[in-house]
Design a protein. Structure first.
Length: 390
């Protein structure tokens, strides 16, 4: 359990006494060589390297199609566009997510409806999901949602089910990988995630019609009605310019080969956290269902505020003073001023999520983090808890 393989990294280990970030990319010389080779090729955007990356993503996700985008937000927007979401429509999502999930709904002129979360898993509660056109389920922190319940509901009510899997590439539900659990699955390749293309994202799907719409959306909505005259094109729906470059795709291909190794390091560190914190009087740990492979984008704990004399933000400030880059994922989306003003959302909308949000803390977790780094986190937690014990 204590053994973690060393990584052949670009750059050295963290200098003790400096801030330990909550996340950090893992880049090695092979990644750099892949990018350099792509930059020397004839195509540096929308070329053969991108096509190989998309094929590899689709194979990894257990689906027929992958369409790459400039970032995870663009992927979410494209999925909502491909689903036909528009003015007057409603889409259900969780409030415990980055705003991109709900923003993608708003970009389409639709209204986001926030359903409450399960207090144990912190994911969208299927029992709290009303009738709608589209459901965007978020695999919070890397734990896949309960798609065995969500997908039958989607089929019964004719929803399109979109999995926001920005946190969960490499995860699985039973034997099915993330990517094959919904009508469309969106990914993010931001540097904080399990693998990176710098910025980047993708949508995975088994449906040819959705894949074609996704490709159209990322290229201005352009269609070529006459293959014999490729210089002729038309735009019947407003798309966008969300194209990923080939040199980013080259980095993605290189990183994808390392994804299982990255997951193994994350999993070992996460389980070590859980072992060390299982008996703590000051934190609770989210549920870890046995039928799911957690992808461990984030490691979150819930403070026992009834046993502390201060609030969550004071604990975060104290951890930062100890050079631990703990943070919050996330402020609830409907509490942002934009959502309060545009949609008149207010307190009490999702009681379970509100009770969780005030206690949430994200601790550092990333593949190049050492056991010594993790021990620093645990010592800092013990020091802060001892100081603020009620």
């Amino acid at each position: 359990m204590e053994k973690l393989e060393k990584l052949a990294l670009v750059g050295g280990p963290r200098v003790r006494g400096t801030l330990l970030p909550y996340a950090r990319q893992t880049i090695d010389s092979g990644d750099i060589a892949s990018v350099s080779e792509a930059l020397s090729a004839d195509w540096i955007t929308q070329g053969p390297t991108l096509a190989r990356f998309e094929r590899s993503l689709a194979e990894r996700g257990g689906v027929k199609y992958a369409v790459a985008f400039t970032n995870g937000t663009a992927a979410l927007h494209a999925a909502c566009w491909a689903a036909g979401l528009g003015a007057g429509d409603r889409a259900i999502t969780t409030p415990l997510t980055f705003a991109s999930t709900a923003n993608a709904v708003v970009y389409q002129g639709a209204r986001p409806i926030f359903a409450d979360i399960d207090r144990e898993t912190l994911n969208l509660d299927p029992d709290a999901t009303p009738r709608t056109r589209v459901v965007l389920a978020v695999d919070f922190a890397g734990l896949p949602c309960d798609y065995d319940r969500l997908l039958p509901l989607a089929r019964e009510h004719e929803w399109i089910l979109i999995a926001d899997a920005a946190h969960s590439i490499g995860g699985a539900l039973g034997s099915r990988p993330v990517g094959a659990l919904a009508d469309m699955t969106t990914l993010s390749f931001h540097p904080a995630k399990q693998m990176t293309t710098g910025e980047g994202g993708a949508v995975l799907t088994d449906r040819e019609d959705l894949a074609e719409r996704l490709r159209t959306m990322r290229h201005h909505g352009i269609r070529h009605p006459d293959p014999a005259r490729p210089w002729r094109y038309e735009i019947t729906e407003l798309g966008n310019n969300y194209r990923l470059t080939d040199f980013q795709a080259a980095l993605g291909l290189s990183q994808l080969k390392k994804l299982d190794g990255f997951w193994q390091r994350r999993d070992r560190l996460a389980r070590r956290y859980r072992e060390r914190l299982a008996g703590s009087a000051f934190v609770e740990l989210p549920a870890l269902p046995s039928d799911r492979r957690h992808a461990w984008h984030l490691f979150v704990v819930l403070l026992r505020l009834d046993r502390l004399s201060v609030d969550r933000d004071t604990v975060l400030k104290a951890l930062r003073a100890e050079n631990i880059g703990a943070t919050l994922h996330y402020p609830l989306v409907y509490r942002h001023p934009f959502y309060q003003e545009r949609f008149k959302y207010g307190p009490g909308l999702c009681p379970a999520a509100e009770g969780v949000e005030e206690r949430l803390v994200t601790l550092p977790l990333f593949p190049r983090m050492s056991l010594e780094d993790q021990d620093d986190v645990l010592r800092a937690l013990a020091k802060v808890f001892a100081h603020y014990t009620r």
